[in-house]
Design a protein. Structure first.
Length: 202
């Protein structure tokens, strides 16, 4: 196992889960793409880090005590400038267990979920679906046993009921399903590799 992966897992063991900055490092270690991001642990680091990430950006609280950031106002989308960033930092610094801000690149597109969990009957399974609130409201996901081949990943994507959203719905750019399938294949290999260490990923 790559040393970067061991470092992240060991750092996360006491908390019982992997915080987002560490999770992004884990994805990168497995060659999976992420947005441009920076973990800013002070106000000054936030100011300089925002210049690297670029405005507008997404600011998220980093805290081992906050699993669902949106529930506590721990996510702000579209931070436009330094003044707004300072306001966000001041407010979020009062949240429980505050360890800084995750400054994240803003991107456009269809939000997807790719996750994995250990099933007592089937072993490591991968979940693919339309992300955001859709996954919670409509439960529109495909579930496959890992690891997946390219054809199995493509079949999982084609099985999503909301797949029309991926095909250029209402004039939007269609999703590159081949690239998405390749990502799902790589993700499934990561899930298998981490199955003795990680119970679920989403």
């Amino acid at each position: 196992m790559d040393e970067r992966i061991r470092v992240v897992l060991n750092a996360s063991r006491a908390d019982g889960w992997v915080m987002e900055p560490h999770a992004k490092e884990l994805l990168r270690a497995y060659g999976l793409p992420t947005t441009r991001f920076l973990w800013a642990k002070s106000l000054e680091a936030s100011r300089s880090g925002a210049k690297e990430v670029g405005y507008p950006l997404v600011a998220k609280v980093v805290s081992p005590d906050i699993l669902h950031k949106s529930d506590v106002g721990g996510v702000v989308i579209g931070v436009e400038d330094e003044r707004e960033l300072e306001e966000v930092y001041e407010r979020m610094s009062g949240l429980k267990g505050f360890l800084g801000l995750l400054l994240d690149q803003m991107v456009q597109g269809i939000e997807m979920i790719v996750g994995a969990k250990e099933d007592p009957q089937f072993g490591t399974v991968v979940v693919v679906g339309i992300g955001g609130t859709s996954v919670e409201v409509y439960k529109d996901v495909s579930i496959r046993m890992a690891p997946l081949s390219f054809n199995e990943a493509m079949d999982a994507i084609e099985s999503i009921k909301g797949r029309t959203h991926l095909e250029g719905y209402r004039g939007k750019e269609p999703v590159n399903k081949e690239k998405l399938s390749e990502l799902v294949v790589s993700f499934s290999k990561m899930a298998i590799d981490l199955r003795d260490e990680v119970e679920s990923i989403d």
